[in-house]
Design a protein around this ligand. Structure first.
Ligand SMILES: [Zn+2]
Ligand SMILES: [Zn+2]
Length: 356
């Protein structure tokens, strides 16, 4: 059977539209299971690392050695090697902790992906198709062309970006979630591995967001075309894997990569994530989306930095010492949750005593 053939054999062809996520879920589950079984963190692609280094090398040339930041988050002039791979950043304790947090997160990630991507994705997709069928009747069975496929990619990107923005917003504003997300922000230096610096129980939250957004867009377009978009969905996912890979790597790199200000109002440039990792008051909770600046603009969290703006990374002098080692970061959320519950108990105890 052809990969793109998802039409059913029912009389009107629209009774039982099978969306691409449902069709792919088995393949994804098998692929993810193989990854989990081999247990090797393997998603930092060499091509993306080389592309990051090549663009950084070009910036070094164009700016005459300026434009990379040191451990303190200040811009400094450097020779090519120190510009691309500065010793003080890559031998920093924070960069070593990145490695161990990456390994731990990669070990757990496939299990969340099996459990959620293959269930939440198809469930969202089928729900969207059912609602659209209820609202509009049978599929209009549109014929897909390049323009429709580009629109499908754009809608998927906006859905993903919006769900990412909302999830990230909640991670910053809800104290119990901040206790988890803080591990990403406890990085004192930025390296391409920092993007994977997450607590291992963070995985399900991000995976559900991805599955819901991809499933939502796939449901809409699966309905419009009466299925038949599995190939386009696979291309879409491949496109996002590359975009996400490059974006994630350069966002977490000490070299500043600015876009012109007008473009930064629409797309997040990598240096805008330097701001997100800064502990300065004016940088708190800014630039929360991943690809576009649209949602940050709408919710008032957009911050476009000046060229060479000072961005000291980490949690800041007050709480950095509690999140320095791998062990501190791994146990951090549990300690924070315990502290959140304990004062309430002691407050209750105090008020009891005050009453008596
Ligand atoms: Zn954040
Ligand atoms: Zn980050």
């Amino acid at each position: 059977m052809s990969l793109v053939s998802t039409h059913t054999d029912t009389a009107n062809g629209a009774d039982n539209i099978v969306g691409p996520f449902t069709q792919m879920s088995q393949t994804v589950a098998k692929f993810v299971w193989n990854t989990a079984a081999t247990n090797i963190p393997q998603d930092l692609e060499w091509e993306i690392v080389l592309l990051t280094l090549a663009i950084a090398g070009l910036l070094w040339f164009l700016r005459g050695g300026h434009g990379s930041k040191g451990v303190d988050g200040r811009v400094r002039k450097a020779g090519l090697l120190q510009f691309l791979l500065p010793k003080d950043i890559y031998t920093h304790a924070s960069a070593r902790v990145d490695v161990w947090l990456w390994v731990t997160e990669r070990i757990f990630y496939p299990f969340w992906a099996i459990a959620l991507l293959a269930t939440v994705g198809p469930a969202t997709e089928q729900s969207v198709i059912s609602v659209l069928k209820w609202l509009f009747g049978n599929s209009p069975e549109l014929h897909s062309n390049l323009a429709w496929m580009l629109l499908y990619s754009l809608v998927t990107l906006l859905c993903y970006d919006f769900v990412f923005f909302l999830t990230h917003y909640a991670m910053h504003k809800v104290p119990a979630l901040w206790a988890l997300h803080k591990i990403h922000h406890s990085a004192e230096v930025l390296t391409p591995l920092t993007r994977y610096r997450e607590h291992f129980i963070d995985g399900p939250i991000w995976v559900v967001g991805g599955a819901v957004s991809y499933g939502f867009a796939a449901g809409i377009f699966g309905f419009l075309f009466n299925g038949g978009i599995t190939e386009a969905t696979l291309l879409n996912l491949g496109f996002f894997a590359v975009l996400f890979g490059f974006n994630g790597s350069f966002r977490h790199y000490h070299v500043q990569f600015h876009y012109p200000v007008w473009l930064s109002k629409w797309l997040q440039s990598p240096v805008m994530h330097h701001v997100h990792h800064s502990y300065l008051q004016q940088h708190h909770d800014k630039n929360l989306a991943v690809f576009t600046s649209i949602w940050d603009r709408m919710f008032g969290t957009l911050y476009i930095p000046e060229v060479d703006e000072y961005t000291p990374w980490g949690l800041g002098p007050d709480s950095q010492s509690e999140h320095q080692t791998f062990w501190q970061n791994t146990t951090g959320p549990f300690r924070d949750w315990y502290k959140m519950l304990r004062p309430r108990a002691s407050r209750g105890h105090r008020s009891e005593r005050e009453q008596s």
